[in-house]
Write a protein of this length. Sequence first.
Length: 510
Amino acid sequence: MKTRFLISFQIIFLFILILSTFTFSETLDDSCGPSDNLCIINNIIDVNYNNPLELTNNLDANLTCGVYFTGIGCPHCAKIDPVLFKDIIVNNPKLVIIEFEAKQKKENARLSIGYDDIYNSGFDTPFLIFNKENVFNYQYILSFFENDFNSLNNNACPFPTSVYPDGTTSFSKINLNNLNSSPVIWYNDRALEKTSFAKETSNDFLHKLLTDSNIELLLENSDYNYIKEAHISYSGGTLFFDNAVDVNGWIIYFNGECSLVGSSECKDVDSEYGTTEKANYERLSLLKVITLALADAVNPCSFAVLLILLLTITTLNPDNKRKILYSGLAFSFSIFVLYFLYGLILVTFFSAFSGNITVIIYKFFAVVAILLGAWQIRDYIYYKPGTVGTEMPLSLRPKVKKIISRATSPLGAGIVGVFVSLFLLPCTIGPYIIATSSLALIDILKSIPLLLLYNLIFILPMVFITIIIYFGLKKIEDIGAWKEKNIKYFHLITGALILLLGLLMLFGLL
């Protein structure tokens, strides 16, 4: 009865986690309709804008300004964003785009009400606004730039007064400090991002960050932080710059040689804008995944469960080595599939948070990694079987053995793996949560191969032990005795890896 209750409770917990993921994602996400894949800005909060739209005739003589609403993860946005940010803006020196990403930054989604009221733009991302007569959804954005963009000379930036107090005005006259929420302003091969921590800064200085040919001279007397990972994510990919500098919460992304304080190396001025090569942060994500997976793979929990299973199969089929092989592989594959699904749920859950909150979560799990690593090392110094968080609790072990004893075939071993994966969670979920919280910082499609790699590494020791027993190189009893003799070293290796990783994450080195 207790076993059934425990399994039921864990299944209910996973169901609640899945449900909360989808519910929370709807709060911050686009909703994609089943028939047309339109991404609709949801949960937009009514904005109080009492003043009418004010138009001015002070148009900038050189720049055409547009406002673009998009959302990371929106399928139509993924077709438009790469072309707009990597090609169109770079090749149109008279174009400036003010982008509001409305999926991960829910504060931007709220602004869409003001735009819809004035420009009838709707809420289906992506959409691009130049003026009342030129509002384009995803079907017409690229064709407009190909055929009709040159007819929009001297176009002012379109703002309802809910976004900008003075309404529509030329770009050169905009006080960028007055822009609401968290826009990214794109001009030529530069981008200026207003973060939620942005402070009042000289408007002339902000404009020059986008246009001045010598940014180093401009920053000479300013307090700034050089950002090593110079990239902006958009739907369908990531745009990489040579440099990024944070000034009062405003981040300027630019290309070219650098000798700024904090830049460890200067990049070639002719480096390709928006290169699609793996960014450093993605390579670091790969390193984190491999390190955490290795730490998880040597977990005594999974070793113990597999050995019990193989011992059961061997006892029932002492002369059928093929059944032992197939059973071990079926069990390992079942664990692989279930843990991959758990990973997708966790990545989706963490991805639902907005950008700034995601960074906070990342630092939080850096601290969790440090504590978890220290907890594993504690088990090396003062070992006690069944420590919560590092091993399967002693109270669960008889129940797991009872479930495993029902496996008499490869199919049974696979089914057992489904149920046993729930019992393994308390002692293996720590590194997995840290890994998935990091993967939430990159595009969901790019995280899938890394999740597959993590779980492949996780089950490799299970597969290795199965093969050793199949070929008769070692007996199950011998491997079990070796595991018990060296169990403290498993905890030391796991703890050291996770602790080191947590420290590197916390101090921004990984």
